[in-house]
Design a protein around this ligand. Structure first.
Ligand SMILES: [Zn+2]
Length: 245
């Protein structure tokens, strides 16, 4: 393996360790992101519950007012009963009074139902708020885990970053640019080994994506000191035997 591929390989060894640490931290960051979504969902439920309670309360107040007005009407009918001139008039007013009273009691029932519902919803709201508190505490723990992972890996990360800089210095600029681009798109794995897939026939595959590599590509990796990319996954190919320098 030529100097460029050797330098790339050394760079990859450092890059893989950095990517591994970063993956661990990223996993914890993702847990935080998911937890924030969960919290937003609980907050949305709280807002909706509060809105429902407000709507119910407005309905209850309106119906309550209706019932109070009706009481005054009932009083008027009662007075009319007392001043009715004959049996016929009395019966007519009584029928009106009874109908009115029946309507009123329906309204009162509705008010009671609404008030019971409001109480129930307030209880639910309280338990959703408790749930929010628990989820917020969890987020705090997850955040602390991210900070902890960062500070625990800091020394090692600093060392690796220095090593990376050193390894990158011996890679020609064009190859380095290619390496960085491929590494970015493949979670830090810019290079893939060429593996022989048949013990007797000259058949090879890219270890990164398991797709076959032509013998011409293998030959150019072996004979020329330049980065050859896998046609399928785009990783920089190297031969393992030659890498063991
Ligand atoms: Zn590949």
């Amino acid at each position: 393996m030529g100097a460029t591929l050797e330098a790339l390989h050394r760079l990859q060894e450092v890059e893989s360790q950095i990517a591994d640490i970063q993956r661990g931290i990223d996993r914890k960051i993702r847990a935080c992101t998911r937890q924030k979504q969960r919290i937003a969902e609980v907050e949305a439920r709280i807002r909706s519950q509060e809105q429902q309670i407000r709507t119910d309360q407005i309905d209850a107040d309106r119906l309550n007012l209706e019932a109070k007005t009706a009481e005054a009407e009932v009083a008027k009918y009662r007075a009319a009963l007392n001043t009715s001139k004959n049996q016929k008039e009395y019966s007519a007013v009584l029928t009106q009074l009874n109908t009115y009273k029946a309507d009123t009691s329906k309204v009162e029932e509705r008010v009671l139902t609404l008030l019971t519902q409001i109480d129930e919803k307030k209880k639910q709201l309280e338990s959703i708020r408790e749930e929010l508190g628990k989820e917020e505490a969890k987020l705090k723990d997850f955040d602390a885990e991210v900070q902890d992972a960062r500070s625990r890996s800091k020394d090692r990360m600093d060392k690796l970053t220095a090593q990376r800089k050193e390894a990158a210095a011996s890679v020609p600029p064009k190859a380095l640019e290619m390496f960085n681009r491929v590494a970015k798109g493949n979670d830090g794995e810019a290079m893939a080994a060429v593996v022989r897939t048949h013990p007797r026939r000259q058949e090879y595959a890219c270890e990164g994506c398991n797709m076959s590599i032509t013998i011409e590509q293998v030959n150019s990796i072996l004979s020329r000191d330049e980065a050859v990319l896998c046609n399928v996954c785009g990783r920089i190919l190297y031969t393992r035997a030659a890498a063991a320098v």
